[in-house]
Design a protein around this ligand. Structure first.
Ligand code: FMN
Length: 179
């Protein structure tokens, strides 16, 4: 399967980077083709809502690395969103990428699966509700199917995360993907 893993953290060696690494290692072990897009280290400008894309067959007025990702997303079968919890939502870096889906909604909607991997400081059961509602609404709008979620709650740092079962769970999620 062709997968795209989109990460949202500016920490190259943070918690969600570890979840992404483990997930990708599991997916590659079973022969999946993985493209990783680290939003915090790419040049992705926020959507201007100019609607240039509406009259230019989905081409965006911005000329940045989102255009490469947009092409990849048309081909991909599974999109994995990996983000730290920032004020009970996704990070701004990954949200900027999602907002840019606006240009290619029609091309990417339908026949895809998605996954959500999150790490947060607090472990309260309500902490990820807002993020999950946004994720579920996005999938409903784009007609994508949820293929699984990993909630690494109570993990402020990589050192804490390493003491939990979440990295192994991320690996298993990647390894156990349907072919
Ligand atoms: C700007 C900012 C906002 C945050 N907001 C939340 C939050 O709303 N709830 C929470 O539990 N943790 C919050 N955190 C903590 C991070 O989600 C947590 O430390 C996470 O493990 C960081 O992931 P990373 O190392 O991959 O960047 C926030 C951290 C930052 C820097």
């Amino acid at each position: 399967m062709k997968l795209t893993v989109i990460t949202g953290s500016p920490h190259k060696k943070g918690t969600t980077a570890l979840l992404a690494e483990k997930f990708i290692a599991g997916a590659k072990e079973t022969g999946h083709e993985v493209l990783r897009f680290d939003t915090a280290f790419e040049n992705v400008k926020p959507c201007l809502a100019c609607e240039y894309c509406a009259s230019h067959d989905g081409e965006c007025v911005h000329k940045d690395t989102m255009n490469d990702l947009s092409k990849q997303l048309i081909e991909t079968e599974l999109i994995v969103f990996v983000t730290p919890l920032y004020y009970f939502g996704m990070s701004a870096q990954i949200k900027a990428v999602i907002d840019r889906f606006h240009a290619s909604n029609a091309k990417i909607a339908g026949s895809k699966k998605a996954m959500l991997l999150v790490a947060s400081y607090i472990a309260d059961d309500w902490a990820m509700e807002g993020l999950e509602t946004m994720y579920e609404s996005m999938l409903r709008f784009l007609n994508w199917e949820d293929a699984g979620k990993l909630r690494a709650a109570g993990c402020p740092t990589r050192e804490v995360l390493e003491q939990t079962a979440y990295p192994q769970q991320a690996f298993e999620m990647g390894k156990n993907l349907c072919q």
